[in-house]
Design a binder for this molecule. Sequence first.
Ligand SMILES: *Cc1c(COP(=O)(O)O)cnc(C)c1O
Length: 433
Amino acid sequence: MKNLNPFCRIPAEVFAQAARQYSTPLYLYDGDHISAKCSELLSMPNAYGLSVRFAMKANSTRAILLRIAEQGVGIDASSLNEARRAHMAGIPYSKIILTTQELHFGEDRRDLEAMMREGLFYNVCSMRQLELIADFAAENTIALSMRIHPGIGSGESASRNTGDDYSCFGVHSSVLEAALDFARQKNVRFTQVHAHIGSGGDPEIWRKNIDVELDIVEKHFPDAVSVSFGGGLKVARVPGESESDLAFLGEYAKKQFVAFYERTGRKLHMEIEPGTYLVANAGYAVTTVIDKKSTGENGFDFIIANGGMEINARPLLYGSQHPFYVISAEGKLISSDFDSDIDKYGKSVVVGVCCESGDSQSLDDAGNIVPRPLAEPDIGDLLVIGGTGAYCSAMTPFNYNSHTQIPEVMATGDKLTLVRKRQTLDQMVTNEL
Ligand SMILES: *Cc1c(COP(=O)(O)O)cnc(C)c1O
């Protein structure tokens, strides 16, 4: 029996079983894949120690957070609510770094201070954030991290580049000296320098950022004992895409950390905070084929699935490619993008049920339809969309067209656990007055 792809640990029949048990559409997560990714990241080569944090904005569901936390991976929160949510899941604040564009006042500010007293690491991302936090940090001798703007960046699309002039994240070099002067006057110490250059970008830019950041640490941050390179490690969702080479990047970082030590006598700890790399290829959106249509000889063959942009908006947002799998209702794998002979099939366009022609899983980054080869499914077959563990459940317009938010199921081998129920229509309208 063949599997959906070389890294999937869930048998095809289990997809059909999940569909029967919880009805489609649903997200199915491969728990063992997540655990394997944690081990892989934790054993990335390094010179003087490594910490890994999960960028929880990629997937914030409690069962995912706990699965990752139990492997010894910490949390990168991008909002105060994410920090609260991780804590509600049972993760201590001492395992969490907060890297946010937000500014906190009132009750939020009081909560932030309480979290920092319990060990939350605050990553200063702007001059204004520094001005607002400096006195509190100094009075309580709480050291801070600073997200710098490294001046280089790379992402899978322009909107996912967070490191160059296109993006406002982090403290820019033009105000860095002023920020550090202010911090010195206030007696604030920065023990970590942080940068996150973008998501799904060029691994070569990720490597270059190691040098850029170490140079900034050497010139400007005498108290820094740790350097975070953020997330942005790339995965290959479909055959032909290239994945970041952890061994290569780790070995390069190790070499540069050793050289840094030889120059300065300082042994720096390394930190990374992947989101995508940990969970993207652990997630599958399981839909049912409900209809088929064609726009004629010069048009396209459409396959209509019962879930689309409202469960995976990434093709529409970024032109991302996700692998397709056709599985019969009985659980037999019929075609997979990973089949070497996938091109023998005719090309179709997979769309959802939203009233929007961009509701398609077969788009390029300009929003044009790109038909893809797959076996022609029967009505009632499952159409499974892979690579949907990151930025899908946590980032979809899920109530568009009044669709309900779909359930999430965790598979460990062939054992299924419902980890989030399907939203009801009543829940959708409950806050309306
Ligand atoms: C989004 C984000 C990440 C994770 O990015 P991936 O590309 O999913 O690995 C890490 N750090 C910060 C600060 C982020 O905003």
